[in-house]
Ligand binder design. Structure first.
Ligand code: DHB
Ligand code: FE
Length: 281
């Protein structure tokens, strides 16, 4: 049977992608950001997952105000890299896993989560930057990726609790898929940041570290954080963190923290990174 073996959470700051693409990762500004990803690069290469489920958000790239799905599952065979204004990033196309994606859609929708099914979608920095952090600059990504786009751009986003519950439904879906597949689920975005208006540049390391602690040890408490607290404490874009709760919900109640990294700043954003392995019940 297929199995989710671990979760990988990471910020998706677009400037990180630019630093990788332009060979700047060793510069003084960037070195401490990337140093925190070396251990997890080795870890994921050793795990050698068969499929990644990538919980991420689209930044008005594939979707716009014309259409705002709360949860959109990519069921296509491949996903092109979006042009976000400077040309598409020079990274491989994303190959999907339609069989597992459709199985997840069926299982989760019959479990009463009303996902949008997407058969054509370009993917932006929200998806490609975490892949680059995990795998560097390969000719092709080492495994298929199933994108799960979460609306955190236009109010109202889903609640943290809903995200945690969806993760649990995804775990059940994967566990009922016949072929033996090792799956790693990514939760991306965050941490505290605000890109506009009077509080642009806001970063809150206390909130971020508390969130990391809760996510590992008390996910129900993390899921109970209301939208207004993210806004107040973590800035207008801090709400991206609800996506980490989908990842956490897809893991066992107790997890083993394999790796944790926190660094301020990267561009306008606090960078956080966690690797959590499932523990047997
Ligand atoms: C930045 C961070 C984001 O999450 C994003 O989507 C765009 C920009 C930033 O820090 O610059
Ligand atoms: Fe973002």
């Amino acid at each position: 049977m297929a199995e989710i073996i671990a979760g990988y959470a990471s910020s998706h700051v677009p400037a990180i992608g630019v630093a990788i693409d332009q060979g700047k990762t060793g510069e003084n500004y960037w070195q401490p950001v990337f140093a925190g990803y070396e251990a997890s690069r080795k870890w994921i290469a050793e795990q050698n997952p068969d499929v990644i489920i990538m919980v991420y958000n689209d930044h008005a790239t594939a979707f716009s105000l014309e259409m705002i799905p709360t949860f959109a599952l990519g069921c296509a065979a491949e996903f092109a890299i979006a042009d976000e204004g400077w040309g598409p990033r020079p990274v491989p196309k994303v190959v999907g896993h339609p069989e597992l994606a459709w199985h997840i859609a069926q299982s989760v929708i019959l479990d009463e989560f009303d996902l949008t099914i997407v058969n054509q979608m370009e993917v932006d920095h929200g998806l490609t930057v975490p892949l680059s952090l995990a795998f560097g600059q390969p000719e092709a990504w080492p495994c298929p990726v199933i994108p799960l786009a979460v609306n955190v751009v236009q109010y109202p986003p889903p609640t943290g609790h809903r995200c945690l519950q969806l993760g649990r439904a995804i775990r059940k879906a994967v566990a009922s898929f016949g072929p033996d597949l090792k799956v790693v689920i990514f939760g991306t975005g965050g941490m505290s940041h605000q890109l506009q208006a009077e509080r642009a540049g806001l970063i809150n390391a206390d909130f971020d570290n508390r969130f990391l602690d809760l996510l590992v040890n008390d996910p129900e408490a993390a899921a109970a954080i209301p939208h207004v607290d993210y806004l107040r404490e973590a800035g207008s874009e801090g709400i991206e963190l609800v996506m980490w709760l989908v990842m956490r919900g897809a893991l066992s109640p107790d997890v083993r923290q394999i790796h944790r990294h926190y660094h301020v700043p990267a561009s306008n954003t606090a960078v956080g990174h966690l690797v959590l392995e499932n523990q047997p019940a």
